[in-house]
Design a binder for this molecule. Structure first.
Ligand SMILES: Cc1cc2nc3c(=O)[nH]c(=O)nc-3n(C[C@H](O)[C@H](O)[C@H](O)COP(=O)(O)O)c2cc1C
Length: 371
């Protein structure tokens, strides 16, 4: 039994995780087919190689055609997509791994090129003034179309159906992507949500859509297999601007999440230096550990030492690693065996194909099932 906190087992609801080294969700732009489905020989191999993680969280996967905003991201809303994911989930399970799928709607972080010339949907018609990665390269985002009550209802249904599809595809659970400036985050922040119906105005109303989605999703799958991801101190990225109400909004959301028996709450430490912003929280784990009563997963810029420390200090239960998992498929074994980490190549993050995806080396002794 390892003395490293990261390598201890963890009981996540009714799942037994073999360690606390979690693979963070990462878009990799490899679904380069008209159906936007996972490619068995590519995606299955990539995730299988990383199955020694305590839990894999898949790349963001769109819940509907409206939800897409990046080139070659996979979906989970058609029969073909569900069938293709089955190959991935069985590859991971055969290698003794566990995998959740991240359910995603980008909202305004998209471009008309993805929607047959129609405008992307968002809480309010406010341009994030960002870039969208389209099949023709990076393009400026546009002023989106304000979602109607019917659009919101449909989106809630789309998440519910996607959760159902995820179970059919053999995933162990889902993570609802409510962070990083995408649709739900756009509802939470007052600078991107100017609505004056039941989904805008007060903190409660701006947060409502997430709880409506959660209530719908838990009708079709166990509550303790649903994770939620939030990035409270995101500022100046993907069109997100914090204000005095931002942290109180996340305080409200996170307190209310205690009413659910979730699998976990996945929080990101700030992506950028927010120490000069008076209304930002610089230490997310420390702020929310006492507030959230369930399993807390923390992410952003962790290495082995910091990961063990945050667990030893009791500020989190699980640590999600992003980029280190791109270039070190055997990350958990490297921590265990003290093997130096390989560095990642940003140029191949979204470049398609096997290069920079499935060709990073395994440099440790692995359990035979993972070889
Ligand atoms: C190539 C790449 C793709 C990413 N795609 C997603 C995504 O689909 N969903 C998501 O929630 N976060 C995404 N992220 C953010 C990561 O999950 C993670 O929060 C970030 O990389 C910080 O963690 P790290 O310092 O361990 O890399 C992505 C990050 C990278 C580098």
């Amino acid at each position: 039994m390892s003395t490293q906190a990261l390598l201890k087992t963890y009981k996540l609801g009714d799942l037994e995780l073999k360690n606390r080294v979690i693979m963070a969700p990462m878009t990799r732009g490899r679904a380069d087919n008209p159906e936007k489905k996972a490619i068995p020989e590519l995606h299955s191999e990539y995730y299988r190689q990383r199955a020694s993680a305590g839990l894999i969280i898949s790349e963001g996967s769109q819940v509907s055609k409206d939800a897409v905003g990046y080139i070659n991201t996979p979906g989970i809303h058609t029969k073909e997509q569900v069938e293709a994911w089955k190959d991935v989930t069985s590859a991971v399970h055969n290698a003794d791994g566990k995998i959740f799928i991240q359910l995603w709607h980008v909202g305004r972080m998209s471009h008309p090129d993805f929607h047959g010339g129609e405008l992307p949907l968002a809480p309010s018609p406010i341009n994030p003034n960002s870039k969208s990665f389209t099949p023709e390269g990076f393009k400026d985002t546009v002023v989106p179309r304000e979602m109607t009550a019917e659009d919101i209802k449909q989106t809630i249904e789309d998440f519910k159906q996607a959760a159902k599809n995820s179970m059919e595809a053999g995933f162990d659970g889902v993570e609802i992507h409510s962070s990083n400036g995408y649709l739900f985050h756009q509802f939470f922040n007052a600078t991107s949500n100017h609505r004056n119906d039941e989904y805008g105005g007060s903190i409660e109303k701006r947060s409502r859509i997430l709880f409506d989605v959660l209530d719908a999703v838990k009708e079709v799958m166990p509550e303790n297999r649903i994770g939620i991801r939030l990035n409270p101190s995101m500022h100046g990225l993907f069109g997100m601007t914090m204000d005095e109400e931002t942290i109180p909004t996340f305080d409200y959301i996170i307190k209310k999440l205690n009413e659910y028996d979730l699998s976990y709450l996945h929080l990101s430490e700030p992506f950028t230096d927010v120490s000069e912003i008076s209304f930002a929280e610089t230490d997310i784990a420390k702020r929310y550990r006492p507030i959230y009563k369930g399993t807390l997963m923390i992410n952003t810029n962790f290495d082995q030492e910091k990961g063990n420390a945050v667990l030893d200090d009791g500020d989190a239960d699980l640590v999600a690693f992003g980029k280190p998992f791109i270039s070190n498929p055997d990350l958990a074994e490297r921590f265990e065996q003290g093997v130096e980490l390989d560095s990642w190549d940003e140029d191949t993050f979204y470049s398609g194909g096997a290069k920079g995806y499935t060709d990073y080396e395994v440099k440790t002794e692995r359990a035979t099932v993972l070889k």
